[in-house]
Design a protein around this ligand. Structure first.
Ligand SMILES: NC(=O)c1ccc[n+]([C@@H]2O[C@H](COP(=O)([O-])OP(=O)(O)OC[C@H]3O[C@@H](n4cnc5c(N)ncnc54)[C@H](OP(=O)(O)O)[C@@H]3O)[C@@H](O)[C@H]2O)c1
Length: 460
């Protein structure tokens, strides 16, 4: 049983972990406690190729400085000799008496550190603040376990669940606070994804803006669908050259984004593409921005997600509810805690191809009123993708009169002088400029063929 001092140290270790660079390695923090519970050293993993957190913390102590101490680490100490040597051995050599860690290392080679420590006679306790550690590392865990990016699907909707009015206009369903929240979340993503329907309907800029300024981190704009990116599309002026995938094969797109090191994917719709991600079990987190307005009509926030009967419903756990001005943001993950499982029937029909062995995410059960779900029913995969309704994305302006502003189309602002042709990635992740013959063209053609023969259940 972890002591109060150890739990406090674990919280601090999680803060330390966040100081590390995001890379293909997990961000990990460590704190060394004297037998009295006093903090005597701390460390974190600074990024691939540098010392692991435990070793970084131990490096601040003298030869016998950690003898009899307790090491508190956010991830199970590794047991493999990579570029930096096994952390389990470093802790054994340092003479620590106890190791407390938050979550097991899921790595095939890295895991097993706890057993090695126990075999050396060290008292080991895992699972301390495990849910916090998992939530912190969700992107890394998704990539590690499923071999694909962590996907957040976001949409903005009216109180009656519509993503647009009957004529397709949807700027602005939500208010300025919600739009600002979307931009902030965009800035934390590596890629921002829309379907060609949204591209043509809204001509989004897909930048992440803080008021009138651009956030330092800009997600790469990604468009999925067969239709061309128009020459005058605003995303051509994005700081990053857009990626255009003329396909409906979402697995292929995610594979390519993984190859490119784009691990945090934010899907901003529209309804058809968002539904396709959910139907395929590729949504790890859902963000619904709900505005107190009614639109009626046929344009629902989601369309076909493979739920024909209530047994197939995609049960979610509510992670958070935030009030943003007049709007609400609801953040939810699949009920199966951290897994990206499809519904039972989707699995039976082979619609889900990704590995679903992801370990459970911490239970976030705020809303469990829904009846008795079996875990088999928790099909929605969660990945995050926050952003507000599609076109929200394109204006950072906060109208004084929210109601008036929401009913008024605003002209797009020219933000960037650069003009990029979209890249069309090949199967191997190579970029291609449309209109120019290249090897990438072959890849695109094959992706199209795959789309035509796919049983993916596209909803358009
Ligand atoms: N409220 C919101 O949050 C929000 C957000 C975005 C958009 N919107 C609104 O939504 C409307 C556009 O909706 P939409 O559903 O047409 O747009 P969409 O989801 O952005 O685009 C649909 C298109 O995506 C392509 N696609 C790529 N992969 C697919 C797959 N696996 N399955 C099916 N289609 C795939 C297809 O294009 P191809 O036919 O070219 O292959 C399909 O026609 C507009 O009115 C827009 O204003 C609202």
């Amino acid at each position: 049983m972890a002591t109060d001092a150890e739990i406090a140290a674990m919280r601090h270790a999680l803060e330390l972990a966040a100081r590390g660079r995001r890379s293909r390695n997990p961000q990990v923090g460590a704190v060394i406690l004297a037998p009295t519970g006093r903090v005597i050293a701390e460390g974190w993993h600074h990024g691939a190729g540098t010392a692991h957190a435990e070793v970084d913390a131990l490096s601040h102590l003298g030869a016998d400085g950690a003898r009899g101490a307790t090491a508190v680490v956010t991830l199970e100490p590794c047991n493999h000799r990579g570029r930096t040597g096994p952390c389990a051995e470093a802790l054994i050599s340092a003479g620590v008496a106890r190791v407390v860690y938050a979550m097991d290392d899921p790595g095939e080679h890295e895991g097993g550190g706890a057993s090695r420590l126990r075999a050396a006679g060290i008292d080991v306790e895992g699972g301390v603040l495990q849910d916090d550690a998992r939530a912190f590392l969700d992107t890394w865990l998704t990539t590690r376990r499923l071999g694909r990016p962590h996907v957040t699907v976001k949409w903005a909707q009216s109180l009656d669940g519509r993503a647009a009015a009957a004529d397709g206009t949807s700027q602005w369903i939500t208010g300025s606070a919600a739009r600002a929240d979307v931009h902030r979340r965009r800035s934390e993503a590596d890629a921002i994804v829309v379907g060609t329907g949204t591209l043509h309907a809204d001509d989004p800029a897909l930048t992440a803006r803080d008021g009138d300024a651009l956030f330092p981190n800009q997600p790469v704009p990604v468009v999925i669908g067969a239709r061309e990116v128009p020459d005058d599309a605003r995303i051509r002026r994005h700081p990053h050259a857009p990626l255009a995938y003329p396909t409906r094969d979402l697995d292929a797109v995610l594979d390519d984004l993984t190859e490119r090191g784009l691990h945090r994917v934010f899907v901003e719709g529209g309804p058809t593409l968002a539904s396709a991600f959910i139907a395929r079990g590729l949504a790890d987190r859902v963000l619904a921005y709900v505005a107190p307005t009614l639109l009626g009509g046929p344009r629902t926030a989601l369309t076909e997600i493979g739920v024909d009967t209530i047994a197939d419903q995609r049960l979610l756990s509510l992670e958070a509810v935030e009030r943003l001005g007049d709007d609400l943001l609801l953040i939810a993950v699949p009920r199966t805690a951290g897994s990206s499982l499809p519904s039972a029937s989707a699995e039976a029909t082979g619609l889900h191809t990704h590995d679903s062995t992801q370990a459970p995410r911490g239970a976030h059960t705020t809303h469990d009123s829904a009846q008795a779900p079996n875990d088999e029913h928790a099909a929605l995969d969660s990945t995050q993708a926050p952003s507000n309704g599609h076109t929200t994305h394109d204006t950072a302006q906060a109208p004084n009169d929210e109601h008036a502003a929401r009913t008024r189309a605003q002209p797009p602002r020219e933000e960037h002088a650069a003009h990029h042709p979209p890249q069309q990635p090949s199967e191997r992740g190579g970029a291609h400029t449309p209109g120019q013959p290249s090897a990438a063209h072959d890849g695109i053609a094959r992706m199209r063929a795959a789309h035509h023969t796919s049983a993916e259940g596209a909803s358009s």
